[in-house]
Design a binder for this molecule. Structure first.
Ligand code: HEM
Length: 169
């Protein structure tokens, strides 16, 4: 269950991969609702967002009591700092999106209309829509950095970084 010296524990790794899937689902359903003109995607966006909230809180609680395996030997301090900052933001930004998203639905009292497939309020008229849209784009940039760094380690440095998150041997 707990972290080993060279990799994350089973629970932390399970949390990580489920959160990754939920975040991709949230980005896909959010952009499908707005750019794709598919408001029905919000019927997935809302419950998946609540699940992500519960999961993120559980992850934070677990991360505070679990040991984190040290970064690969020889990681320059600036890379360690970028990695740490990115990892913290990957908790904070989704939480901000959940709060602003729930805020929009509560303020506009839209939950019933979303699930009934009725006409939706104009979310663009809400102030919270601005941080929600910006937060989603910031999250995309963070994911690109995070995934890019992981693949650079895995394929260029060949230090089998993904095994730390229990993907592969
Ligand atoms: C990590 C969590 C979340 C992510 C990644 C996310 C992502 C997105 C994205 C990408 C958009 C489209 C933004 C744009 O085109 O500018 C969006 C819109 C929206 N999201 Fe979220 N969201 C999250 C959480 C939530 C939650 C929890 C709720 C409500 C309970 C919510 C409600 C909405 C609403 C109402 C819209 C506007 C839809 C529209 O304008 O038609 N979001 N979200």
């Amino acid at each position: 269950m707990n972290a080993a010296t060279d990799r994350y524990g089973r629970l932390a790794a399970t949390f990580h991969w489920v959160a990754a899937a939920l975040i991709l689902l949230m980005l896909g359903s959010g952009f499908a609702a707005t750019w794709g003109g598919l408001p029905v995607a919000l019927q997935l966006h809302l419950p998946a967002g609540i699940a992500l909230l519960v999961l993120t809180v559980a992850r934070i609680v677990w991360a505070l009591r679990d040991r984190r395996p040290p970064l690969p030997a020889g990681t320059p301090p600036w890379q360690a700092m970028v990695a740490r900052t990115t990892h913290i933001l990957l908790y904070v930004v989704p939480l901000g999106l959940v709060v602003s998203g729930m805020g929009m639905v509560i303020i506009s009292d839209a939950a019933a209309a979303i699930f009934a497939g009725d006409r939706l309020p104009d979310f663009d008229a809400l102030l919270l829509r601005v941080p929600h849209g910006l937060g989603a784009r910031l999250l995309l940039a963070l994911l690109a950095l995070h995934i890019g760094a992981a693949l650079y380690h895995q394929w260029v440095l060949r230090d089998r970084l993904l095994a730390r998150m229990r993907l592969g041997a």
